[in-house]
Each structure stands twice: as C-alpha cells, then as structure tokens.
Design a protein around this ligand. Structure first.
Ligand code: ADP
Length: 497
C-alpha cells in the first residue's frame, strides 16, 4: 500500500491526508435520502469500469451545503471510507493567503497529490472562502488572490477526464448563495446536496449513533431518555447532539456513576444550550440585568412573530433560561412548506431586526450588549441574499450574472440597495415595537416572573394589547411587504442598454 503519511508533513502542510477514513454511512444518522444518493456514487466509484461500459459516470464534484455541524465532513469521510479510497482534505480558508500566487499553487498541490493516489477523494471544507462570486462585493478582502485560486479549481475540475483514474472532489459550504455560479456548472460540482438540520426522528437516530458506546441503566430507559432529548432539541445540529451525550458522560463520571441517567442528560442539554456561544460555565446564575435584556429580546421577537407570522414555522414558546446570541424562541416546523415569496423574505428581515432594535430602544445605543448579534447577522445576510440572489429586487440574479462585470460600481450599488432594505426593516420593526409597546412590556413581565411563556399566552396578550398608532413607514404592497426600493430606477440607477 502506498504511504500517505509523508504527505501531510513535507510538501503541503495544509493538506490532511488519510489512507482510510474508517468512517461509514452507519456513522451518519437521519436524512436517509442523502445516504441513498451518496451510496449510488460510491457504487459507481467502486465498480468504475463496469458502470463505464454502461455509460454511467460518477459526478466530478459533489457539493454539500448546510449549517455547520450537520455532518458534511462526516459524509465526505464516509464516501471515502465506503469506497475504500484515500482522502485528501483542505480548508478553503487555507488557500486565501496574503502572498500572491499561493492560492493557485495550493490548489495545484492538492489536486496533484490526490491524482498521484487516484482513484481518491478530495474534500474542501468552507469552499466559499475561495469559491465566492467574482466581481461581487469584496467582503473579506484579498479578492484578486482568491480569484486566482478559484480559476485554478475550475481549471483542475475541467482538466481531468472522467475515467478510472478519477478524483472525486467534495466541497462543503454553509453559503451556497455566495458561491461563484461557474463552480456549479455541469461537469464541475454537478451534484448539489443539502444537508439540513435533523428532524425529530433524525435527532433520535443521531443520538442513538452517539449513545452506542455509552452505558445506561436499561435499553428501555435509554430509548425513553433519548426520545425525550430528541423532543427538546429542535434546531440542534448533529454536532450539538453529540456534545450533549459526551457532556452527559463526563457529568456521570464526575459523580462516580456507571450509567448515564436523566439528570445528567438534562444537565448536559442545559449546558449545551447555555454555553453554546458565551462559554459561560453555568447558565443557572444569569445576572438580573442580563435576564431583563433576555426578556425584552424574547418579548420583541414574540411581538414581531405575531405581527408577521411565519406561515412555515409557527412559534411554540420561549424562555429566558439560557443565554445565547440568538433568540430562544422555539418554532415548530410546518411540513407543508412549498416556497417563499418576496414578502416572506422581507418580513423575515424585519423580524430578525427585533433583538437589535429593542436592545437599542430599551438600553440605549451605547449600552447594548451581544445578545442581538446572531439575529442581526441573519437580517443582513437575508437582505444581501434578497438583493443579490433572488431576482426579486431591482438587481436580480439574471441581470447581475450577465452584466455584473460590465457595470462600473455595481457592487457598491448593490450594497446600497441591501442597506436600504435593512434601513426599511429597522424602521418597520421599531414602528411595530412602539405600536405594541404595551404587549412587549406585558410579555417581558411574564418572562421575568415565570421564566417562560407559551404561544397561546403570547397571542392572547398581542390581540388584547392597546396599540399606539404609528405613522406608516414607507410604502407597502398588497402582501404587506415593501415596494420601496424594489422597483426599477427608484435609485436613479441607469440600466445599461
Ligand atoms: P460539518 O462538516 O457539517 O460542519 P461535521 O461533519 O464536522 O459537520 O460534524 C461534526 C460531528 O458531529 C461529526 O463528526 C459527528 O460526530 C456529529 N454529527 C453531525 N451530524 C451528524 C449526523 N447526521 N449523524 C451522526 N453524527 C453527526
């Protein structure tokens, strides 16, 4: 067998190479359809010649996209493990260096290494770091260097023939929307698979995978406990679920017990929720001022959720028992989801502004803290997506793609348009919060008093609250969403012939 060991050390420090990952599809739970699709690719990789005779080829590239911690790396390793192929991994951020020419030469190194061991698998995590759109707003800087790296990836993808000596390249990203469209063309990343947050059944299956090597009092108790945790972990990723079980194991050992019990699991769950971003050791002792801020935040989110109900994700309850930089409001998934209209996007942006707006309103612009950060980030990402990607505003995707490089200052204009949506959303959000100020206060009081509040109670307060009429903000279309800024020419931008 060929030794891969030397590779990691000598030539290319940024590549991690494994002769065999040892990971199988059994290690990934939930979202069975993903495994089915990938299993097919593995079958083709394994019996390459047989399939080629029938004219069936493996795709050149597979792109896995979805939130961090949902198992994309795990799936890539499982493909390598199942097909019995060596695995070459790099991170997109490793390609982006300040030195000119490094990105392209690192891409070359990676492909050359993988090819010398072909058939093999290349995995590029966070491929968006190098593969983001050309000619778009240069958000992270280093645009020219990144572009060289991206061009090199395209060259490499186009350069090899699909044959027995093939290299399968797997990319992972949580930002499909910012990837350069050239990467997604036929013959490049031609298989795009979404890896989403697990459903309740999926969460149970994931918990079972990670409970394999853990001890419980009995099979029945284990089943019941994991079921309970699965119910309590809406919006959790596989990585977070794994952490809960590990943490529970540590707590059990600390208490000198042999078997994990309910108490340890619930404590681990609480820690996972509370310490997720703050690093705070114990979420039990939330300082009073932070509690007040959390209560206002949740109340504001609740009022906005009533004002612009999300047709696809009705909210169920919220609490102030854990500290996160995103709202604690819990939602239930509506399986009937079909598609989102412009109004849904715009309303989501307005809703996502609530934590930031209420922080500023109640505590003052110089006295804000971090508890609005996740939601604010989400708002601006959504606004950017709406403007750049959806074709639903003045500069839709089709237009952008065709003319993007030709129009001077287009990036600046698109950013200005995004900022206008943000400004509208902030205005609208603060006008709603002022109109329903009394509901905000009532919900805040209940949260401070009881620690939590249900959707039914929130709706009741919202419907009965006295409202303070606010002057209308901007213009609104028939769906109650904005027209403002959405029509051709409003900004005095002249469109090219
Ligand atoms: P990503 O690459 O999407 O950020 P990872 O593959 O690094 O996520 O996930 C981190 C860890 O979380 C995995 O190694 C695995 O232990 C666990 N995990 C995540 N999703 C799943 C899943 N669906 N089934 C089993 N384990 C999972």
């Amino acid at each position: 067998r060929r030794a891969l060991g030397s590779l990691g050390k000598s030539r290319a420090k940024f590549i991690s190479a494994e002769e065999s990952t040892g990971v199988t599809f059994d290690d990934f739970a939930g979202q069975e359809y993903i495994k089915r699709e990938l299993q097919e690719i593995v079958r083709i990789l394994k019996n390459d010649e047989e399939f080629q005779d029938k004219g069936i080829y493996s795709p050149k590239g597979v792109l896995l996209y979805g939130p961090p911690g949902t198992g994309k790396t795990l799936l890539a390793k499982a493909i390598a493990g199942e097909a019995g192929l060596p695995f070459f991994a790099a991170n997109g951020t490793d390609f982006v260096e300040m030195f000119v020419g490094v990105a392209a030469s690192r891409v070359k190194d990676l492909f050359a290494s993988a090819r010398s061991f072909a058939p093999s698998i290349i995995f590029i995590d966070e491929i968006d770091a190098i593969g983001s759109k050309r000619g778009g707003p240069d958000i992270g800087g280093g645009g020219a260097e990144r572009e060289q790296g991206l061009l090199q990836i395209l060259t490499e993808l186009d350069g090899f023939k699909v044959s027995t000596s093939q290299v399968l390249i797997i990319g992972a990203t949580n930002r499909l929307d910012i990837l350069d469209p050239a990467l997604l063309r036929k013959g490049r990343f031609d298989k795009i698979i979404r890896v989403g947050l697990p459903s309740k059944d999926g969460r149970l299956a994931i918990l079972k995978v990670h409970a394999r090597n853990k001890y419980f009092n009995s099979e029945e108790e284990k089943e019941a406990l994991l079921q309970e945790i699965a119910e309590l972990t809406e919006d959790f990723t596989g990585a977070e679920l794994q952490n809960i079980l590990n943490e529970a194991g540590i707590l059990t050992a600390r208490k000198d017990l042999d078997n994990i019990g309910r108490e340890e699991l619930l404590e681990a769950l609480k820690r996972q929720k509370g310490t997720f971003e703050t690093g705070q050791e114990d979420s039990k002792e939330i300082p009073d001022e932070l509690k007040l801020r959390l209560a206002y935040r949740e109340a504001a989110v609740a009022v906005l959720a009533c004002y612009f109900p999300d047709p696809y994700r009705p909210f169920s309850k919220t609490d102030i028992n854990s500290i996160r930089s995103q709202p604690n409001m819990q939602y239930t998934e509506n399986p009937g989801r079909v598609f989102s209209r412009k109004s849904d996007y715009v309303n989501s942006i307005v809703r996502a502004c609530a934590p930031r707006v209420i922080e500023e309103e109640m505590f003052g612009v110089d006295n804000m803290c971090w508890i609005a950060s996740k939601a604010t980030l989400e708002a601006s990402k959504l606004a950017e997506f709406l403007v750049l990607q959806t074709g639903m505003t003045a500069f839709g995707k089709a237009y952008y793609r065709k003319q993007g490089d030709l129009v001077p200052n287009l990036a600046a204009k698109l950013e200005a348009l995004r900022d206008e949506y943000m400004r509208y959303a902030v205005d609208k959000c603060s006008s709603v919060l002022r109109e329903y100020h009394s509901a905000v206060e009532t919900i805040t009081d209940i949260l401070l008093d009881k620690g939590e509040i249900t959707a039914a109670e929130i709706w009741d307060i919202y419907n009965k609250a006295p409202r303070i009429q606010q002057p209308a903000v901007n213009q609104v279309d028939e769906y109650g969403a904005l027209i403002y800024a959405g029509r051709w020419g409003i900004h005095g931008i002249t469109l090219p012939g």
